[in-house]
Write a protein that binds this ligand. Structure first.
Ligand SMILES: *Cc1c(COP(=O)(O)O)cnc(C)c1O
Length: 381
């Protein structure tokens, strides 16, 4: 009897294997070991009839052109390697990369709005700028904020998207994604999976249609790339590529290279940092200077906590930990969401979403756990 593993060999490779090999399958045949960085903005062709046909095909479906991309805004071979790899890790047909996480979210909203589906249902908290983009209606969308139990009742005929984060930025609140997906009915569910990464959670397996990453965070992993990506089915990916082509939020090829390199170590980084974070969360929870610790049931390398003392004093006192916004880097970062990452959200909305003025958000990196604890212990005063 032929095993399922033989029938679908490439699909059943373990995540750690895919992380290292996906998007690189053709390299040995090219006589290469590492992916080439293609910096071309344009691609020569003496056959303009063929180019016209490729552009027509792209305009019809958004499918990646066969052969060279014609122009850098249509696609880039180095970026495409990252997209292929991320799609494999998330278990989707395709992925489309953008210049930042916010560019990726904007493209999703524009795809839906272009179909007349301008209404968005969303659950707080979201990353501060995602909240702001929806609340301010900067792209002409209208948002209804609800809790997970209210999603089904909030849907309207013009609802184009349901948007959630789990674990959420910055409170690490977790949602039952399967129940949320069920409540969405036929409306696409977008899960921002930035915090969990596909190492800890693959939202498509729970019924999400779209998975968003600020690739700036764990996927890049070293604090040196700004990027976003949406993993989804090929049909939606085609529309996203068309919006990317027309609005221009493309990812630079060097960023594509760095992201592909980042993916290779993603499982190792996330597991190591998560182990350290779980231990730090335990020590913080046992500490009398700490009022509350938020650490996700699925694990991960993010911790949120509230101290009895002044959170600004903690930020000012760390020496090993970097006091900076962002997350998912090899080094540990701490920030005060009410001052920075969620500052742009109205204070009442922010507090209503559980982001208290004393909440601190810690992104645990790859340092030694005892060195990190020594720094936190001293900074807590
Ligand atoms: C940072 C972040 C974003 C925005 O990504 P950028 O790459 O900064 O544009 C979106 N969602 C979450 C959860 C984030 O942490």
């Amino acid at each position: 009897m032929e095993s399922a593993r033989t029938q679908t060999r490439t699909r059943t490779r373990a995540l750690a294997t895919e992380a290292v090999h996906a998007g690189r399958d053709d390299l040995a045949g090219l006589g290469l070991h590492v992916p080439p960085i293609d910096l071309s903005t344009t691609y020569p062709s003496a056959d303009s009839r063929a180019e016209a046909a490729r552009i027509d095909a792209f305009a019809a479906t958004g499918a990646e052109p066969d052969g060279p991309p014609v122009y850098g805004r249509l696609g880039n071979p180095t970026v495409a390697r990252f997209e292929t790899a991320l799609a494999r890790l998330e278990g989707t047909e395709a992925a489309v990369a953008f210049a930042s996480g916010m560019a990726a979210l904007s493209a999703v909203l524009l795809v839906r709005a272009s179909l007349g589906l301008r209404h968005v249902v969303a659950v707080r908290p979201l990353y501060g700028c995602s909240d702001h983009l929806l609340t301010a209606g900067l792209l002409g969308t209208e948002v209804t904020w609800t809790d997970p139990a209210g999603i089904a009742a909030a849907l309207r005929p013009d609802t184009g998207l349901v948007l959630v984060e789990s674990p959420a930025n910055p409170t690490l609140a977790e949602l039952d994604l399967r129940a949320v997906a069920h409540a969405c009915g036929s409306v696409p569910l977008l899960v921002d999976n930035t915090f969990a990464t596909p190492v800890l959670q693959r939202p498509v397996e729970h019924g999400a249609r779209l998975v968003l990453h600020s690739a700036t965070k764990y996927l890049g992993g070293h604090g040196d790339v700004l990027a976003g990506v949406v993993a989804c089915d090929e049909e939606f990916a085609g529309r996203l590529r068309q919006v990317r082509f027309a609005t221009g939020g493309v990812l630079h090829p060097l960023a594509g290279y760095l992201l592909l390199r980042g993916l290779a170590t993603l499982p190792v980084r996330v597991r190591a940092a998560s182990q350290t974070a779980a231990e730090l969360a335990r020590r913080l929870a046992a500490d009398p200077r700490v009022e509350r610790v938020h650490y996700p049931g699925i694990g991960g390398a993010m911790i949120a906590f509230e101290t009895y003392g002044d959170p600004h004093a903690v930020i000012g006192a760390v020496r090993l930990v970097t006091p900076a916004v962002s997350l998912g880097s090899v080094d540990t970062l701490i920030q005060h969401p009410a001052s920075i990452s969620h500052r742009i959200v109205d204070a009442d909305d922010r507090r209503g979403a559980g982001v208290s003025d004393r909440l601190l958000r810690l992104s645990v990196g790859l340092e030694d756990v005892d060195d990190l604890w020594a720094d936190l212990d001293r900074a807590l005063g």
